[in-house]
Ligand binder design. Structure first.
Ligand code: SF4
Length: 380
């Protein structure tokens, strides 16, 4: 379009009027970059402040070697490597610095290396001052002299036993017929040397109908974990893997049947597959976190550090909380929990007595609340 001379003469005046009319837009020119910069900054700050995943409770499977041959084993004997004590302790120190409060030594069978295990246990308690040091073992290699030497540094000793019928244990692959006798021996040692005695059972096709109540009442474990047998891809899922769990699997209904028959025991802690599969944070023999979806493990925490290793694998922290991953895990905490339970029970009974004396139910028995009445078991 061609402008006429009369229009050209008016242009600077109109332009300045237009500029004045739109002056309010000027601050926006500065504000927009400022806003996007502060958005970027606040995002950075939020990321920095976001709570990192804290490895509160770690399972260190420091060896895969085992003297048993359980058919459902999912951490199988695929190599014989174990990290030197010096490296293991360095890794444990990093974990403690990252917030670890409980360590559980597992395998394979940890007591195939009693000296190695003893050094790490002592380091965790005496140097790192961890809240809880625990060991899971099949029990066959535990001696009283080891317990005596290290009991002050062990909070929990968990022994695996799936049946109180030795024929069943043999069929499963747990030992050659002396498993139950050794289990009772260890329960006694735990009581004698002040260690919390725990029992782990895998519920499978061989034992889901078994009634274990009588033995649980005699053994009095402080916790009895009953796991539904688990299939882990690449570890126990076919005839190509070292173990083949397929003949051991049970349905959810069969597992629930076992639970219904045993859930009156105060120590009973069921762990169905949906809670168990991905909720354990596992450090393997190479000091790597295992990815709980079956992807590649992290780098060694000695190489990449705890945070980077943790962020490169999946660990179901919600599942960890849902299955009660944090619990009373040393003697002091158990005692406190028992005292709290006792206080609550006494209050409840007193309340019932008062309402009973007013004609309400339950007030006429004249029975006082004691430990047995309310099912609180004394510590071993
Ligand atoms: S005792 Fe444990 S590690 Fe050994 S074979 Fe049995 S399940 Fe596997």
């Amino acid at each position: 379009m061609q402008l006429r001379p009369s229009q050209i003469s008016h242009l600077p005046r109109e332009a300045s009027v237009m500029l004045l009319q739109n002056l309010y837009l000027l601050p926006l020119l500065f504000l927009l970059p400022l806003l996007s910069w502060s958005f970027y900054l606040s995002r950075k700050i939020r990321i920095r402040l976001r709570p990192k995943t804290i490895p509160l409770s770690v399972n260190y499977h420091f060896t895969r070697k085992c003297n048993y041959e359980c058919g459902f084993c999912f951490h199988t004997d695929t190599n014989s490597y174990i990290a030197p004590v010096k490296d293991g302790n360095a890794a444990l120190k990093l974990l403690a610095q990252a917030g670890m409060r409980k360590i559980n030594f597992a395998g394979g069978e940890p007591f195939l290396y009693p000296g190695h295990l003893g050094k790490m246990v002592d380091f965790c308690k005496e140097i790192l001052k961890l809240e809880s040091v625990s060991i899971v073992s099949n029990g066959s290699k535990i001696t009283e002299s080891w317990i005596k030497a290290h009991s002050k540094n062990v909070d929990i000793l968990a022994i695996s036993c799936d049946s109180f019928n030795e024929e069943t244990n043999i069929a499963i692959g747990r030992g050659k017929g002396t498993h139950i006798k050794q289990l009772y021996r260890i329960a006694d040692w735990c009581r004698d040397y002040g260690i919390l005695f725990k029992l782990n059972s895998v519920i499978c096709q061989y034992n889901w109908k078994e009634d274990m109540n009588e033995h649980i009442a005699r053994l009095q474990p402080y916790r009895w974990k009953c796991f539904q047998v688990l299939l882990v891809a690449g570890e126990n899922d076919s005839d190509k893997t070292k173990r083949d769990v397929r003949n051991f699997l049970i349905s959810d209904e069969e597992y629930e049947h076992f639970c219904r028959n045993h859930d009156k025991n105060a120590c009973f802690v069921p762990e169905p597959n949906n809670l168990m599969a991905k909720s354990y944070l596992i450090l393997d023999e190479h000091l790597r976190f295992l990815d709980r979806t079956g992807q590649c493990p992290s780098g060694s925490i000695l190489g990449v550090g705890v945070n980077k290793a943790l962020s490169s694998v999946f660990w179901d922290t919600n599942g960890f909380e849902e299955r009660g991953g944090i619990y009373a895990w040393n003697e002091e905490q158990v005692r406190k929990k028992q005292e709290d339970e006792l206080t609550t029970a006494i209050k409840t009974q007193l309340g019932a007595s008062v309402s009973g004396s007013c004609g309400g139910p339950g007030g006429q028995s004249g029975k006082s609340a004691d430990m047995e009445d309310i099912g609180v078991r004394p510590l071993p």
